[in-house]
Design a protein around this ligand. Structure first.
Ligand SMILES: Nc1ncnc2c1ncn2[C@@H]1O[C@H](COP(=O)(O)OP(=O)(O)OP(=O)(O)O)[C@@H](O)[C@H]1O
Ligand SMILES: [Mg+2]
Length: 371
């Protein structure tokens, strides 16, 4: 547990970077500091490992006042990852990762073995161990940064915008990896970002900072999106917070229609009758393995000659799908919005269609969670 008690930082030029911060960071959880530029996130983070000394107040790690600890030793006991990884350019990847273990006096062979093990843990090929940082992509360098911070197995990890210099796809991959690592390692992570989506994705708790270095709200992601305390937080979390909040509700509760799902051998008139009686404008066509193939509209069915099979028709692309067991309502909504039929196709983990969610049913589910 890390506690800030009335912690403040006023720089010599009079800038109030952090103003009376009271906050408890829970052990084994990910706490995200988010807020606009200059709101004191980095300063607050660096006060934890004494890279910045607080002007007032007290910070404790597991009950011990950090002022009672030797700064160099404290820093080695806390992992630190920054934007663009901050790797040593003239050291190989394996040497970069082994930095802290070597400082701690580990034998070379042991430090190296540990570094290789960590490369695998963060999803790097051990064959890259002898490369230099500039020979890796931005995303790979960030992975090295994470591996280096984890090298001495510190209980606490401080991460300052570690993923903000990479493109959105790589960034999403790194976020996914961090979530996986954290499920395994259960570190106490303090993660700084500008990006509310990243905060919501990674954080067990989110601290929103406002200009002037003051804490605006400290809450779970779900509560932050449901009940921002004031206009500042509301505008910071975004006016689409309602849609974001749907990511906390599982799609598994949605009712799935089977009556408008047909395979290619089905006859056109059977599909026509079904969509007419179900008052549905679209039917979904699947193959024998129930893999989706595409949509056919009620109008096209009406105009098609009787007696032919659905396999002979031209189908509209089925668009995006969602996994019923693991995805959220947000994913289902997204699938519906991106589908040419405006309907979401729910599949099982093998990609086989379980059913189709109508707009009405999706609307009802969304309405029930906003109650
Ligand atoms: N060494 C320093 N001397 C004077 N002022 C500083 C110093 N370091 C930071 N500041 C100021 O303190 C305030 C908080 O800075 P900090 O770096 O903590 O913000 P931040 O929330 O991390 O911003 P960003 O999102 O841009 O990284 C800013 O106004 C900044 O200009
Ligand atoms: Mg910063």
């Amino acid at each position: 547990m890390i506690t800030f008690e009335g912690a403040a930082k006023i720089y010599p030029d009079g800038t109030v970077a952090v103003d009376e911060l009271d906050l408890t960071v829970e052990t084994g959880r990910t706490t995200v500091f988010v807020g606009p530029s200059g709101s004191g996130k980095t300063t607050s983070l660096r006060m934890i490992n004494r890279m910045v000394e607080p002007t007032r107040g007290t910070i404790r790690v597991d009950g011990v006042d950090i002022r009672e600890q030797d700064p160099a030793r404290l820093r080695r006991s806390i992992g630190y990852v920054i934007q663009q990884a901050g790797l040593f350019p003239h050291r190989t990847i394996v040497d970069n990762i082994a930095t802290v273990p070597l400082l701690l006096g580990w034998r070379r062979a042991k430090a190296k073995a540990r570094a290789i093990e960590l490369m695998e843990l963060v999803g790097l090929e051990p064959s890259q161990a002898k490369r230099y940082p500039h020979q890796l992509s931005g995303g790979q360098q960030q992975r090295v940064g994470v591996a280096r911070a984890l090298a001495a197995d510190p209980p606490v990890l401080l991460m300052d915008e570690p993923f903000s210099a990479v493109d959105p796809v790589v960034r999403a991959g790194l976020q996914e990896e961090l979530l996986r690592l954290q499920r395994e390692l259960r570190k106490t992570i303090v993660f700084v970002t500008h990006d509310i989506d990243e905060a919501v994705r990674l954080g067990d708790r989110i601290a929103v900072f406002r200009p002037g270095g003051r804490l605006a709200q400290y809450d779970t992601p779900e509560r932050l999106l449901a009940e921002p305390v004031d206009d500042f937080v509301e505008s910071f979390v975004g006016y689409d917070r309602g849609v974001r909040r749907l990511s906390f509700f599982p799609a598994s509760g949605l009712s799935l229609r089977q009556d408008v799902v047909f395979d290619t051998e089905d006859r056109v008139e059977r599909a026509r009758d079904a969509v007419a009686s179900g008052r549905e404008p679209w039917a979904l066509v699947v193959n024998e393995g129930r893999v989706p193939l595409g949509w056919v509209s009620a109008r096209q069915l009406a105009e098609s000659p009787a007696g032919i099979t659905l396999g002979t028709l031209e189908l509209a692309p089925y668009g995006h799908i969602f996994n019923v067991a693991t995805d959220s309502l947000r994913a289902a909504l997204d699938a519906a919005v991106l589908s040419p039929a405006g309907r979401a196709v729910g599949v099982d983990p093998d990609g086989a269609v379980l059913g189709v969610v109508s707009q009405d049913d999706l609307g009802t589910a969304i309405w029930s969670v906003s109650e």
